[in-house]
Structures are given as structure tokens and as C-alpha cells.
Design a protein around this ligand. Structure first.
Ligand code: FPP
Length: 240
């Protein structure tokens, strides 16, 4: 596949959907799908980096996902902890910065500790940036941002008149990270599901029927090709 002429998006965000259905189709428990999904995450990180994508943000667990059966939630949390440890070694070898977005305070102390170590020890790396959304919801993120902002206004650190889009963005979990250029959702659904609603204001959306466990480099390139076919205007007039 000749990709030399493709414009590579700087930041790709992904909603990794379809693990459960993929597993069920094979007569396996949903957690089998999540396990395969985690392996795909590792491959896609490498592919994204090799293609020249600088930032990848993946939706691993939403604020709504706590309402899943407790055994599934538990299995996912164990998987995250395992993955973050593998991720640590990969990050060290590959100059990769890893950040977790979402409300970390609700996570188990051991998982919070893995996150703290991973974020602190990779903070200076800038080869590739991976953001993993765990216990993330856009509305929750905005509320947490507003609380911090109001406190800073009360403490006179910032004046209400100074609040603009840039200031507000700096209070979000994604502070300092450019907005996604391309958002990919796998497995057929076509909605945002409370994912980066502020940050996706001008992103191109790409939906595929492929379930996340079957997603691969070729699928990623297909999404980038579709992105290349779009006419990104940011509200401007089309140039002719
Ligand atoms: C959506 O599929 C997937 C999730 C809620 C979990 C995402 C987790 C992974 C891809 C694996 C682990 C990730 C990391 C970072 C290690 P679904 O279960 O909603 O599938 P369904 O729509 O078919 O039920």
C-alpha cells in the first residue's frame, strides 16, 4: 500500500467498540474480546507511531461503564493494570509519553499508583504521545474543569474576563494536547458517547463496521485515506 502521498493526521482518537460482540460471535465470554482488544491496542500504537501520527487517544473505560456486570468491570481493571505495566516498558524503550485522562480518583489505589509512575516517568518523552481514557466522560471532565476554574477565580488567580477557549482548555484533562484531527469509532455505532466533546469540535469522524479486535494497520490506513478525502474548512469558505 503506497502511503507516501497521504497527509497523516497529527492526533487520532479512537472509540474501541465491539469487543463483546466479537467474543460472543465466537461463543466466548465478553472478557475474551477485551483481552484481544488490549493486544490490538499494542499493535495499533506501533502502527500509528510508524505512520507518523504523533498523538493517539483511546477510550478504554467510560464513566458509564461502571454499570456493566461487576465481573466484567473487575476483569477490565485487571487488564488495564497489566497493560499499563507492559506499556511502561514500551514507553521507556520508545520515547513514548503516556497520560491517563478521566477521573482517576475513583480507581483502585494500586491502579492509581501504576498510573502515577507511568505518567511521571514518561513525562519528558516526546517521540509518541498515548492518552488512555479510563473512567472518562466528557461531561464529568468539564464539571471537574469548571470546579477548578471557579476555585481559581475565587482565589483571584484568574479574572472571569480572562476566561477564553484557550484558558478553559488548559483546565481539561487534555491540557497541552492538540485537538484530535480524526476520530475513529469501530463496530458500527455512530455516536460520540460522551467522548472528548469539547476537543472533537472540528475533528473528522470515521466509522467502520469492523469490531475493535479485528482492527489493524490496514483499517487505520483506510481511515486516514478517508480523512484525506475530506475537505477540512474550520468554518471557512471553500477554496476553489
Ligand atoms: C467496548 O466494547 C470496549 C470497552 C468498553 C473496553 C475497551 C477496552 C479494551 C479495548 C481493552 C483494553 C484496553 C486497554 C487500554 C488495555 P464493548 O464491550 O462495548 O463491545 P460490544 O459493544 O460488542 O458489547
Amino acid at each position: 500500500m503506497d502511503i507516501s502521498n497521504l497527509k497523516i493526521p497529527e492526533h487520532v482518537s479512537i472509540i474501541m467498540d465491539g469487543n463483546g460482540r466479537w467474543a460472543k460471535k465466537r461463543g466466548m465470554p465478553r472478557t475474551f474480546g477485551h483481552k484481544k482488544g488490549a493486544e490490538v491496542v499494542m499493535d495499533i500504537c506501533e502502527d500509528a507511531d510508524a505512520l507518523g501520527i504523533k498523538y493517539l487517544t483511546i477510550y478504554a473505560f467510560s464513566t458509564e461503564n461502571w454499570s456493566r456486570p461487576s465481573a466484567e468491570v473487575k476483569a477490565l481493571m485487571i487488564l488495564f493494570d497489566k497493560y499499563l505495566k507492559i506499556c511502561y516498558d514500551k514507553a521507556m524503550k520508545n520515547n513514548m509519553r503516556v497520560r491517563i485522562i478521566g477521573d482517576k480518583t475513583a480507581l483502585a489505589p494500586a491502579l492509581q499508583e501504576s498510573i502515577r509512575r507511568l505518567e511521571e516517568d514518561t513525562a519528558e518523552f516526546d517521540g509518541f504521545h498515548l492518552q488512555i481514557a479510563i473512567n472518562y466522560g466528557s461531561r464529568n471532565e468539564m464539571i471537574r474543569a469548571i470546579r477548578k476554574l471557579v476555585r481559581d477565580v475565587e482565589d483571584k488567580k484568574i479574572m472571569p474576563e480572562e476566561i477564553d477557549e484557550e484558558q478553559y482548555s488548559s483546565y481539561l484533562d487534555t491540557a497541552g494536547i492538540p485537538d484530535p484531527d480524526l476520530m475513529i469509532r469501530t463496530s458500527g455505532e455512530q455516536r460520540l458517547s460522551n467522548y472528548l466533546m469539547w476537543q472533537h469540535a472540528y475533528s473528522e469522524f470515521y466509522f467502520t463496521d469492523t469490531p475493535w479486535p479485528d482492527f489493524n494497520r490496514q483499517e487505520l490506513i483506510r481511515a486516514i485515506e478517508a480523512y484525506n478525502d475530506r475537505d477540512r474548512r474550520y468554518g471557512k469558505v471553500k477554496e476553489v
